[in-house]
Design a protein around this ligand. Structure first.
Ligand code: 2AM
Ligand code: CA
Length: 260
């Protein structure tokens, strides 16, 4: 990966920006969490990380645009950075060691670079379109498990999604057919667990574009497949935030994925 970092400026600067902003996450100096919408927390750390990343990126790429979870869209360009300053804010607030910083570089609507950093374990996942996926610099690949009954899946849902029949059908299928199902707080990090074979797959509905832009590229570059719950895998569709990520063999076993 060293050569890739040398030759790819968005990757290099993106990694530096995330690394620098991660110190804010690690210091954990914040004064209470607020509800930004029902059942959704935000802290000043979310804002400070987003701002720090934007400062670093705009110094190197003054014309680029941003889509950040907390501060919204800024600028107009075909080159856009998607930022989730803390993915898994609830876990962060409750001292559960499962949140991440997610950053993706998207050119003309196509995911080009994806970076997900897990501060609690100092682990960085990164991918460049066409160049593979890496964890702390070492190339990673999705699980080669083909037996559904031996597979472990991650799942996620936001509180406002629990009545979704699509989600319930998928959850029931995984409960019945797999070895087990786990749920952690950061969708981006759980996508990385699907990318490096820790999980055999992961699914979530209704995420934000900033939650999925980096992690889905990391899964695909690790040899996995990502679709929505109707089996679509176009760039536009993935930005809608419905994701089923797994390897090709298990993907064929996901009976709940049906054309709408
Ligand atoms: P967040 O921590 O950045 O808000 C948890 O299953 C995942 O869902 C996290 O990635 C979390 O991102 C996201 N999430 C939580 N509430 C959400 C909401 N109301 N809409 C979309 N995504 C949400
Ligand atoms: Ca967030």
């Amino acid at each position: 990966m060293e050569q890739l970092v040398r030759e790819n400026k968005p990757l290099r600067v993106g990694l530096e920006a995330v690394d620098n902003a991660a110190t804010i996450h690690q210091e954990r100096e914040w004064d209470g969490a607020e509800l930004k919408s029902p059942q959704q927390l935000v802290t000043e750390i979310d804002f400070r990380i987003e701002q720090r990343i934007k400062e670093r990126l705009s110094a190197e790429f003054p014309t680029h645009a941003f889509v950040g979870e907390e501060e919204g869209s800024e600028g107009a360009s075909e080159s856009v950075w998607y930022i989730d300053p803390i993915d898994g804010t609830t876990d962060f607030v409750y001292d559960l060691p499962h949140s991440s910083i997610s950053l993706a570089y998207v050119v003309d609507g196509v995911r080009t670079v994806g970076i997900v950093h897990h501060p609690e374990s100092d682990t960085t996942y990164a991918a460049v379109a066409g160049e593979g996926a890496y964890r702390n610099g070492d190339q990673i690949s999705v699980s080669d498990e083909t037996d559904l009954s031996r597979s472990l899946f991650g799942i996620g849902f936001s509180q406002n999604d629990v009545n979704s029949q699509t989600l319930r059908t998928a959850f029931e299928f995984l409960i019945d057919e797999t070895l087990g199902v786990r749920r952690y707080g950061s969708a981006a990090l759980q996508l990385c667990y699907a990318a490096d074979g820790t999980f055999d797959g992961f699914l979530h509905r209704n995420l934000g574009s900033w939650d999925v832009a980096a992690g889905t590229l990391i899964v695909e570059e690790a040899g996995g497949v990502v679709t929505d719950f109707a089996g679509n895998s176009t760039e536009e569709q993935l930005f809608e935030g419905d994701v089923v990520a797994t390897n090709e063999q298990l993907r064929d076993r996901m009976e709940f994925v049906t054309p709408s």
